[in-house]
Write a protein that binds this ligand. Sequence first.
Ligand SMILES: [Zn+2]
Ligand SMILES: [Zn+2]
Length: 104
Amino acid sequence: MSDHKISADGLSIECHAPGNADCRMRPDCDTERWDEFYCTAHDPSHPVIGGHDCWKLPWVNSTMLDETYSGPGAPVTIYPGRGVRISWEGDYCTWDYERGNTNA
Ligand SMILES: [Zn+2]
Ligand SMILES: [Zn+2]
């Protein structure tokens, strides 16, 4: 099963990743910047730990899905339930459908 997929109503992306997945790993503090192990905003740094809500979803769900779509064939056709990949672009996230996964 895909970690991320289009919701049943086709209006947003859902996260089904386990608590130790990249998208649910972050420091407990309110920083928006962290590396693989620690936040980069505080001294001493706070460790990155799992079990948080997915930090990617607010990026892709804060606007219409066709505005954050990065795949080919825009305007995008929304397929509820289809698995997607969310990519961090340095300042924002974009998403694309997973390849070879048409029966999600
Ligand atoms: Zn911190
Ligand atoms: Zn996620």
